[in-house]
Design a protein around this ligand. Structure first.
Ligand code: IPE
Ligand code: IPE
Ligand code: MG
Length: 258
C-alpha cells in the first residue's frame, strides 16, 4: 500500500522514480472514494460532514485528472449496498448529489467535461433521475474528459441484468447462444462504450473492490492509498499516476510498459 500523504513530494515516495515529466496518463482512472465517515468521526463530526468535505476532493481531482490528460475518470459515489446505511445518512447523501448536480454542471460545461452515469438509476429518487438526465444532456458536447459517476452502482446486478437481457434475446430468436460473446456482454453493461479502467484506486486503506467494476477490472492495475477521501487532492492523484507509470502491464503476454 502506498502510504503517501498529500504533503509529500512525488520523489519522496518509496519506490517511485524522481521526476515525473514524462508521465503517461492512464486513459481511464476509476476511484473508490472511501473514508469520508472515518475522516469525520475522527474529528468528532457527523459522518455527513465527511461526505460534504469529500465533494472538495471530487472537484480537485476532476480538475487535475483533466490537466493530467486522463480521458475517463470514474467516481464510485453510491453503491447498491449503500442503501443499508442509516436513513439519515442516505438522505444526506442524496441531498449532496442534488447539490452537486445543480451547482457543478456549469463548471463541467466550461471545462469541456462530459458527465455520464453508470449503475441503475431506476431506484434513485425521481428528481435526481431528472437531474442526471439533464446533466448528461447539458454536458454532452464536452470532449476533454468524461466524468463517469457510479450512482446506485453494483457490478453483480449489472452483470446479472446483462445476462438476463441476452437470454431474452436468445429466447426471442434475435440472437444465437454463440452470439453471447465477451463483446456482447460488455455492450449490455452500463459502462458500454467506456474503455476498461487502467487504474482503480481506493482511499482509506481498505483493499477490496466492494462490488465495483468486477467485469471491467480484469486487467486493471490497483492502487490502495491510506489517506481518507477528503484528504485526497491534486498531488495525491499525480502521485498515483506516477505509481501507475512504474507498473508493467502484461495482459497475459510479455512485458509491456504501462
Ligand atoms: C465513502 O465513504 C463514501 C460513500 C460510500 C458514499 P464512507 O462513508 O464509506 O466512509 P467510511 O468508509 O465509513 O469511513
Ligand atoms: C464502496 O465503499 C462504495 C463507495 C465508495 C461509494 P463502502 O464503504 O460502501 O464499502 P465497504 O462497505 O467498506 O466494503
Ligand atoms: Mg467506506
Amino acid at each position: 500500500m502506498l502510504g503517501f500523504s498529500s504533503k509529500q513530494n512525488a520523489s519522496s515516495v518509496e519506490g517511485i522514480p524522481e521526476g515525473a515529466d514524462d508521465l503517461t496518463p492512464p486513459a481511464h482512472v476509476a476511484i473508490i472514494m472511501d473514508g469520508n465517515g472515518r475522516w469525520a468521526q475522527s474529528r468528532g463530526l457527523p459522518r455527513i460532514a465527511g461526505h460534504k468535505r469529500g465533494l472538495n476532493s471530487v472537484r480537485k481531482v476532476t480538475r487535475e485528472a483533466k490537466a493530467l490528460g486522463i480521458r475517463y475518470l470514474t467516481l464510485f459515489a453510491f453503491s447498491t449496498e449503500n442503501w443499508l446505511r442509516p436513513r439519515e445518512e442516505v438522505h444526506g447523501l442524496m441531498d449532496l448529489f442534488r447539490f452537486y448536480m445543480r451547482r457543478e454542471c456549469k463548471t463541467l460545461v466550461a471545462e469541456g467535461v462530459r458527465i455520464r452515469f453508470i449503475g441503475d438509476p431506476s431506484q434513485m429518487p425521481k428528481d435526481i433521475q431528472d437531474l442526471m438526465v439533464e446533466a448528461e444532456a447539458l454536458t454532452s458536447d464536452g470532449d476533454t474528459m468524461t466524468l463517469v459517476v457510479a450512482l446506485n452502482y453494483g457490478s453483480r446486478a449489472e452483470i446479472t441484468r446483462a445476462a438476463a437481457r441476452l437470454s431474452q434475446k436468445v429466447a426471442n430468436g434475435e440472437i444465437e447462444p454463440a452470439d453471447v460473446t465477451e463483446e456482447a456482454i460488455s455492450a449490455e453493461l452500463t459502462t458500454s462504450g467506456i474503455p476498461d479502467p487502467d487504474l482503480i484506486l481506493r482511499t482509506s486503506g481498505e483493499q477490496r473492490l466492494s462490488n465495483f467494476l468486477l467485469w471491467q477490472a480484469a486487467y486493471t492495475e490497483f492502487l490502495f492509498v491510506d489517506c481518507h477521501w477528503p484528504e485526497f487532492d491534486e498531488e495525491s492523484l499525480r502521485q498515483s499516476v506516477i505509481a501507475y507509470n512504474t507498473r508493467d502491464r502484461r495482459f497475459g503476454g510479455v512485458r509491456q510498459k504501462a
